[in-house]
Design a binder for this molecule. Sequence first.
Ligand code: PGA
Length: 269
Amino acid sequence: MTRLDKLYLGTNTKMYKTIEQTRTFVTSLERLTRDLPIEEVVLFVIPSFPSVGPAKECVPSGRIRIGAQNMGWAEEGPLSGEVSAPMLKELGADLVMIGHSERRHELRETDRMENGKVLSALQNGITPLLCIGETAEQKAYGISDECLSIQLKIGLCHVSSYEAEKIWIAYEPVWAIGAEGTPAEPAYIRQRHRVIRNTLVDLFGETRGQEIPILYGGSVNIKNAGEIIREENVDGLFIGRSAWDPDSFNRIIRDVLPIWREKRKAEFI
Ligand code: PGA
């Protein structure tokens, strides 16, 4: 059973929001959430590349972590259009999203590519947020768990148990993401998160495997956020559309925090 002492809540703004819009968003979110204890609630925003530096400047306190939506696997090289981990570090990125379903499926990224990115992020002191999830077809064939386990085993290959401390995982079923997606049922999420937890324990041992945060994402909204966070092994939420307005994001945060606290208390009894 996981007993993580932090709740992770963040948003990826995809290819939306200009630099100015990102500044306004991050500044409002920071103001709205200033009273929250950062040792308990980890908030993060992942804007598009040009907005990473400006977003960082909006939160000099570091109360909201800022991430990038992708990076190249090499430190430098002939890879036009890519940015590297040292470049992100220079911008002040705290984390980097790796293997979002839109990159895996629209842009044909593979598990081996994601693995190179995870290793490079770790080497450069940036938290990798590795995104995994099965497609509707894989779900229909009944191979969701196998897919998740493969994505984890290849994506995290050569990561030591020591380095694993810095990894975050987001489980986002491909069929649940975006306006066309259907949110997964809490029981389904519970089962998949258990498989992810067991795979992490297999890879990194009991202690380390239990400490890696596993976030759920895919059509999370104000109505379903509470029931999802209640589930075992759900350590946070990775939200798209429903968090792009600072007031809506703040409402979700305020809704789930007491539920998560109750769950955590129950796990300690
Ligand atoms: P959504 O996006 O919440 O809008 O479905 C989730 C994501 O792509 O991470």
